[in-house]
Design a protein around this ligand. Structure first.
Ligand SMILES: [Zn+2]
Length: 343
């Protein structure tokens, strides 16, 4: 843990575990106890230390020990092994109070499928594979082009012309041999293509072909597979919703994207024409931001720790203005796609 004093306040830890103490009479015992816990101690030993070294009453000593015990500041003796590949993330999982060995086991037992191996597929798959997700399936029919290299960072000049999913698989295997990586070089154009996919604990949609979102939603609701939408809309980095059939609303419950006006065929046709001509301004940093936030949620969901921010909501970070936007995916009991599954 880190500890420090700023503007007349003692900060015990920072971020989600942070506690702030204005009462300076507590600073001495808190700092001394933080140091005392740098070696393996029982809580009884820690309380006795406070009574002996700081002259606290047994009740007061117990209260201070409880701050450490309940605040996710401590890890079990011997649980941090710097030589272990996953040692540093294990400390991150403990910030949420999770048993890091259990989290790592759940990740190792998980299978994640990526539909799309572009910028988001590159960044998310390498994040999940190096974090120790046991099985990764990469789905993409495209070949690498020079114009991809500004954001699809695992591809190099010498990979231009090669199949995206094969090169990405090679890169993931070279970074973590513990992970089983499979590839499917195929375009997903209808429900039968999706039905041929292997069973997974989570499917990530990081492809932007027309109509794919509705297809993936229908497939995932039918097979009761959790899926996560990740994309960017111009300069907005978007992740979510994470849809868990039977627990959250689905993509079809209510429109999450702008629609054409109903009952006006001419304007509807014009909007379709305009949108078909649209070329997405794909940019490395925006790809990275959506991928980072979506990867964190994917790890939380598969590893079952912390709070999954995109569960049942679509979140956007407006990168030019640094503000957050969100749309809940409210379950609709009459939804034609997921209605029958809802509790
Ligand atoms: Zn629905």
């Amino acid at each position: 843990m880190r500890i420090g004093i700023q503007d007349g306040q003692l900060f015990l830890g920072f971020g989600s575990i942070q506690r702030v103490f204005d009462d300076s009479s507590l600073w001495d015992p808190l700092i001394r106890l933080a140091d005392h816990y740098s070696a393996p101690r029982t809580h009884g030993e820690a309380a006795a230390f406070l009574e002996r070294e700081c002259g606290l009453s047994p009740g007061r000593a117990e209260e201070i020990v409880e701050i450490f015990r309940s605040g996710h500041y401590l890890i079990p003796a011997g649980s941090y092994r710097p030589e272990d590949r996953y040692s540093r993330p294990s400390l991150f999982y403990r910030l949420s109070g999770a048993d890091s060995q259990e989290v790592q086991k759940r990740l190792a037992d998980s299978h994640i499928v990526f539909l799309g191996c572009g910028g988001i597929g590159n960044l998310m798959s390498v994040t999940l594979a190096t974090a120790g997700v046991g099985q990764v399936t990469l789905v993409d029919a495209d070949h690498i082009e020079k114009s991809n290299l500004t954001r699809q960072y695992l591809f190099t000049e010498s990979d231009v012309g090669a199949a995206k999913c094969e090169v990405l698989a090679r890169e993931l295997r070279s970074r973590n041999p513990d992970v089983e990586v499979c590839t499917i070089r195929r375009r997903m154009t209808d429900l039968s293509d999706l039905a041929a996919l292997p069973e997974a604990d989570l499917l990530v949609l990081s492809a932007d072909s027309t109509g794919i979102t509705e297809l993936v939603n229908a497939h995932c609701v039918t097979t009761e597979t959790a899926w996560l939408n990740v994309c960017y809309v111009n300069d907005i980095a978007v992740w979510g919703p994470l849809i868990v059939p039977g627990k959250t609303g689905c993509w079809s419950c209510r429109p999450l994207t702008a629609q054409a006006p109903s009952g006006n065929a001419e304007l509807d046709a014009l909007i379709s024409c305009i949108n078909r001509r649209y070329q997405a301004p794909s940019h490395g940093p925006t790809n990275m931001l959506s991928s980072a936030l979506a990867s964190l949620d994917a790890l939380k969901y598969l590893g079952d720790f912390g709070f999954v921010q995109s569960l049942g909501r679509r979140v956007g970070v407006w990168t030019h203005e640094l503000r957050l936007d969100e749309q809940p995916s409210i379950p609709d009991p009459d939804c034609p796609t997921c209605g029958p599954l809802q509790p």
